[in-house]
Design a protein around this ligand. Sequence first.
Ligand SMILES: NC(=O)c1ccc[n+]([C@@H]2O[C@H](COP(=O)([O-])OP(=O)(O)OC[C@H]3O[C@@H](n4cnc5c(N)ncnc54)[C@H](O)[C@@H]3O)[C@@H](O)[C@H]2O)c1
Length: 293
Amino acid sequence: MMGRLEGLIALVTGGGDGIGRAVVDRYVREGAKVVVLERDRKLAQAVESAHPDRVAAVVGDVRDPEAHLTATERCLETFGQLDIYVGNVGVYDFGAKLADLDVLELPEHFHQVFTINVLGYLLGVRMALTALRASRGSIILTGSSSGSYAGGGGALYVASKHAVVGLVRQLAYEFAPEVRVNGIAPGATRTGLTGVGDLGGGRALREESRLLDGIARAIPLGFVSEPEHHAGLYVSLASREESGFVTGAIFPSDGGLEVRGRPQGAGLNGSGAEAVAKRDHGASPFRPKGDRR
Ligand SMILES: NC(=O)c1ccc[n+]([C@@H]2O[C@H](COP(=O)([O-])OP(=O)(O)OC[C@H]3O[C@@H](n4cnc5c(N)ncnc54)[C@H](O)[C@@H]3O)[C@@H](O)[C@H]2O)c1
């Protein structure tokens, strides 16, 4: 059976683990060949050997322009083209509150988070642009529910993911009509997402079970996602057949955060407002006056 990405070549940053790895595995299943840019040598080797002849890994850091150059060249030299660019590497701040950060260390914290989460995307996209224009390709950037809402991280992470929203919109504008640019905004996902330096460097989200349990309770669907839950959206946005008229859009994959509303039972469908209205007026505010059914 033909895959949905048959004959296409993708570059995925951070494809050695977490969401990036799930995207690589899914892209291969859909018929694509993939170059992975990954900082961790062991993870890079593991993804390459899981997909012989279909995945080539470049070991490098997204803060380094040379790493992006090598990865883009690897696409062209090994596979002959580049159709899909997935900017995906990000680091977390584990909810560090601004008031708790030492003001003298703030510039360094800012630098660490923003060079990976924002500059890393700018460098990669800039390096891949000529090849993507030639193929009339597609760019997909991994954002976050923290690109829309407060409280899922600290000020640095939330601001960096809001910046990704700006990148998607501005780059979609700049690169049209040749290249489509979209974003995917995952909610909490069971991965090894880590922080930098004092902001949770050495911690891994998937090991924080109390934190994840608390997050699950706040998600309407009631669970924390696995990386595979998001991979289908990356396929759809990469495929011209499936999303050829979509650019500048950001798709949430967050278990319904947007429809969270009031806690069940406290809203208009529950006991709260209607019970108060009945007590005060003897009738539901949603029925005509005098209707005492
Ligand atoms: N896990 C979540 O709950 C969650 C939620 C929303 C958004 N996201 C976003 O998803 C993206 C992927 O995160 P994840 O959760 O899969 O994390 P992850 O840590 O599991 O995967 C990230 C991968 O990138 C690699 N990497 C890290 N820093 C790098 C660097 N400087 N250069 C090159 N490679 C580097 C890591 O080795 C790892 O393989 C990030 O942008 C993150 O902000 C994650």
